[in-house]
Design a protein around this ligand. Sequence first.
Ligand SMILES: [Zn+2]
Length: 286
Amino acid sequence: MNILLIDTHIHVMPPDMLRRLDQICAREPYFAAMASSPKARFVSHEEVLNAMRACEVTRAVIFGYAMEDQGLCREINDYVCEVTAESGGALIGFMVLNPAKKDFEAEFENCIARGLQGVGELFPEGQKFDLLGKDMSKLAGLCREAKVPLMIHVNEQLGHSYAGKTSIGPVQAWKFAKEHPGLNIVYPHLGGGLFFYELMREVARDLRSVWYDTAAVPFLYSASVYKVAKDVGAIERLLLGTDYPLLGYERYWAQLRQSGLLPADQAALCGENALRLLRREGDAPW
Ligand SMILES: [Zn+2]
């Protein structure tokens, strides 16, 4: 595709953790469930860079798998800090943390100081924290102050079940956004269908700074979903997120070709929207 391509949703795994997956699975039930899926694959940043190069993706947001254990989160973040700093701008790092743990604030400040540019993807149910509780309000405040987006996993509440599917969906996602107006929130997987409710004017007002990514959409929806997002007025806040290595780029290009979206809308979705969300003042041109 001959447009600016920015992928906002890629999971990486530090090579050292890759070597002790069994040990980690024994302590982290939600991660273990995801890892048990036949589709599960774990990659280091090198494989990500190769996949990006092959498809001319300019930049990508990478993060680990958010764990219950804050020590594991820290280990992942250290790796993400290191490899993003060495990537010459190709990789943008988000941090994972568990807001239910006492020391999450220190980890947040540390990661921001080391150049990470967002938080996520957090798993409220998997990490056992309350999306609508006071710890998340505190985290929302930190993100607002540091001017970084907060990415929280939510998923559709019907359809087939799969590893990683939780009971956190559009209702909780809307309530969280309503509690934190102006905060840039990214809801992966099209917000579990939350965008549809932007047809309700009073709900749309609460979702003005909510962004939706397309992670796993080829598994979940037919290609017309992009056109629906355009019709409800959400196309300017749609982000290309692949959930790589779960899915590669070809599946997304194939779906976009059938989506009925105009080239300008495809350009917005594939990179221009992400540029607006992620590019900071003083950054060199992307
Ligand atoms: Zn997710």
